[in-house]
Structure formats: C-alpha cells, structure tokens
Design a protein around this ligand. Structure first.
Ligand code: AMP
Ligand code: ZN
Ligand code: ZN
Length: 449
C-alpha cells in the first residue's frame, strides 16, 4: 500500500542526489549506445531513470511522425468513478476519444494477473501469473508481488507489449508496471526503474515527459505509467467513500500535467493515451464473512490466497479431502476443483492454479478464526476489496482511449482487457505475439480507415 506521497526533505535530497548521478550515468550510456555525445553534452537529454538497457542493434527510437502510446493504469479504478468524481481532464480525454462502459478483468480480479493480461493479451492460465500469490513446484519458491522471486523470468509467460516493441526495433519505457523489472531473455524496456510505491506521482509524470523530450531517435514509442492510490483508498475507505472522490480528483490533476506536457512538446498529434484499470472494487463488511475453520482444519492446508478468491493446496491429506470439506457449506462461498472452474473464467489449465479454488459472493470476505479475532480486537472495519468474479459489474474497470487513430466521442460496451494487446500493437504498427485477444473486438475504438 502506498504511503503518504509527500516526501520528507531527507528523502527528497537523497532522491535528487541519486538523480544527478543517474543522469550522468544515463548520459554516458546513451552516448555509448548512440554515439550522440553532442546531444548528451548539451544537457537536453534528461532521464530521471536509474535503469537504462542499452538498445540492441536493431532498436532505435521513432521515426518522425510515428505513433506514440502512453498506457496509464489507475489501479483499482471502478468504471463508475469517471462520472462520480470531479475529473475534468480524464473526461476531456474520453470526450476527445473513446470510453467503454467498463473494462472486464480476467479472473482472479487482482493486480498482477490483470496488469499482465493487459500487456500480453493472455488469460492468466496462459501467461502464468495466476494470482498475486503463487507457488510452483518446479521453481520451488513462493511468489508474491514484493518477493525478489517476482523478478525471475521463469514466472512470466507470454510476451509483454514492451518486448514486442523492442524486438521490432522500437524503444520503450516503463514508469512501473508488473513485469517491467523482468528480463525476458535479456530484453527489458529501454528505460525502467525498480518498483517503489513511495516514488511521488508528480515525479512519475515528469519521468514520462522526460522520455518524451528525448531526441526523435531515442524517444520511446510505448510508455507505461502506473498509479496505485485509488486501489489503496478503495481498500481502506471503500468504493462509495468521499475519499475515493478526493483521490480521483488528485490523480486527474496528474493526468492534466501529463497532457499539458505532451501539448507543450507539440506531440499531441502523435500521442495515443490508453487509460485503464486492472479491476474495480466492492464494499466489504465484517458482517459478511465466511470463517474457513468452521469447515476445515486450516493447519492441514496451504492457504496461498484467502479472500475473496481462495486458493488451497493440501499440506497433509488430499485436494479431494479439502474440496469435499468445503463444498456446499457456506452459501456465499462457491468451491471448485481446478478442472471444474467455469469455462468463462479461463482458469483451469495452468499447473500453478491451486487444486481447490473458492470464490466468495460479491461483498463477502473469507477469513480464518484467528484473523477474525484480530479484527475484533483491533475494532477493524473493512472497506473495499476485489478478486471476485470478473462478470460482476463492481469488478469492471476503466477504459479510455484518445489519440489520432481513435474515434472521437464514442462510448463502447464493456470490453475484455485481453483484447487491448492486439489494439495497442495495431496502433504502433507492430506484429503481435500469439495471444487470446481479437483485434475485431476493439474495432469500435478505431476511426474507420
Ligand atoms: P492488490 O493487492 O491486488 O490490491 O495490489 C495492489 C498493490 O500492488 C499496490 O498497492 C502496489 O503497491 C502493488 N504493486 C503494483 N505494481 C507493482 C509492481 N510493479 N511491483 C510490486 N508491487 C506492485
Ligand atoms: Zn489492482
Ligand atoms: Zn487492491
């Protein structure tokens, strides 16, 4: 969860020092990669980025006039916030572009699986990030979003957009995105930095503008930008809270700074904004809880995920024992064997999917007796959560697309997020890697040719 975004003076000083060091290192790297010493010496090349992958032999920036895409994630932004909050800049982008009535996530409706579906066009059972938390017997480690093993490429299947672009000779940049710290057979975004949710939002925007300011031949064509605030506030205060509206308005200002910066650089005629979220948010409550220990001795199992999607591996006994113990017990918890998860959820084939899966009904929380006791002792109230069935309206996210190739002022029906990879590849003129999406599903986003 993100801490306060106002950095202390110490942190700022440290960051600035690091930034000047990084700028110098970056200038050297860029110079050696491009031979463009004059550009670096002029001081025009400014990147706040600590990580620069020197481009491969075929990789260079854009030709003049080529399309640019900025893919922005507002983590946990439920589809209806766009109309409920004071967000004039986002609405202006929707008016000059296309919005959908919702972006339908993949199951489980969690952060890592969905961000990675958006950039690969694959369902989690095909890209392998089947949850925020996973185990894999072959790798022999436990994956969580912040664990060092999350940077190990063995977890990450498929081909994210930045790798597709790099392989086809375009430079890319990532101001955070799940998977952006991973080396895909040695290929990474040209510019990236290790995830740090304390890195202030304004500096994230400035970093993107810094990359756009690069000379034509080094400028990335595909850039990601990530904000976690709405998800954090959705969890703590709930999706209907006034805090959500305040946070949405704050993020809207950051979008405004970006759009104005792009305008000042005279890049508006080339820039395509794709603004998404990974899932929505549902109000939860301590009065709607399923206590697993009522049905199962939790010491006999490995609860890799608890709520609202339950993922259970046996420790002692068998998966069938667990399934039989939980099946048809609580009316707000549906339990499946991995093979029997409904086909619409596309969650059967990957070996990392736990053998027993439970899905709580909307607004319900699955917990253990111990956790429930802790909540009662601390007087903890539950705000919001996600992870439910993606077909629920409350799980649907945001989709706005604005730019020269997109229609103006159109609203399209809810769209599955696995189709966005094909759409982005078309905008950038790239040949997509094999994926589960279909370009015709985003036909309504494009101007007719
Ligand atoms: P969730 O538990 O699904 O709500 O996850 C949301 C959290 O994911 C955010 O609060 C972030 O701190 C975290 N997160 C987002 N992107 C990354 C990343 N690239 N690396 C590590 N953690 C991330
Ligand atoms: Zn999320
Ligand atoms: Zn969340």
């Amino acid at each position: 969860m993100k801490k306060a975004s106002t950095a202390t003076p110490t942190l700022k000083t440290r960051t600035n020092k690091r930034r000047s060091f990084v700028r110098a290192a970056y200038a050297l790297l860029l110079a050696s990669a491009t031979g463009a010493l004059g550009v670096c010496a002029s001081g025009r090349v400014q990147s706040p980025e600590p990580k620069v992958q020197s481009p491969g032999p075929g990789v260079q920036g854009l030709g003049s006039g080529a399309p640019i895409m900025i893919l922005i994630s507002l983590d946990g932004w439920r589809w209806d916030y766009l109309d409920r909050a004071q967000v004039p800049r986002l609405r202006a982008l929707a008016t000059r572009g296309v919005r959908s009535e919702g972006l339908i996530p993949t199951f489980p409706t969690k952060t890592f699986p969905n961000h990675y579906s958006i950039v690969t066009g694959l369902y989690p059972e095909h890209h392998g990030i089947v949850s925020n938390n996973m185990i894999d017997a072959a790798i022999g480690e436990r994956f969580s979003m912040s664990a060092p093993t999350a940077k190990d490429e063995r977890w990450w299947g498929g081909e994210p957009m930045w790798v597709t672009a790099q392989k086809q000779g375009q430079a890319t940049a990532s101001m955070f995105w799940p998977g952006s710290e991973v080396s895909f057979g040695g290929v990474r975004p040209t510019f990236w930095r290790p995830f740090d949710d304390d890195f202030p939002n304004r500096q994230r925007v400035q970093a993107v503008l810094g990359w756009l300011r690069l000379p034509e031949l080094q400028r990335p064509s595909f850039i990601t930008l990530y904000f976690s605030d709405i998800d954090s506030v959705g969890h703590s205060a709930g999706p209907e809270s006034s805090e959500i509206l305040v946070t949405a308005a704050e993020l809207d200002k950051e979008i405004g700074v970006l759009v104005d910066g792009v305008n000042d650089l005279a890049l508006t005629p080339r820039v395509h904004y794709v603004i998404v979220s990974d899932h929505g948010m549902s109000q939860v409550s301590t009065s709607r809880v399923v206590v697993l220990d009522d049905y199962l001795d939790t010491r006999t199992v490995d609860l890799i995920d608890l709520s609202p999607g339950v993922g259970i591996w046996p420790r002692t006994g068998t998966a069938e024992d667990i399934y039989m113990a939980l099946k048809d017990t609580h009316p707000s918890l549906t339990v499946y064997r991995r093979a029997d998860v409904p086909a619409e959820l596309h969650y059967n084939t990957h070996p990392r999917i736990p053998p027993v899966i439970g899905i709580a009904a909307e607004g319900w929380t699955v917990t253990t007796r111990r956790q429930l006791q802790e909540w009662q002792e601390n007087g903890r109230q539950l705000g919001g959560n996600h992870g439910y069935d993606p077909r629920l309206r409350s799980m649907h996210g945001l989709f706005i697309a604005a730019g020269p190739q997109f229609r103006q002022g159109a609203t399209i029906p809810p769209l599955e997020n696995i189709h966005l990879y094909e759409m982005m590849a078309r905008v950038l003129g790239l040949k997509p890697a094999p994926n589960d999406g279909r370009l015709e599903m985003t036909a309504g986003v494009f101007k007719s040719r």
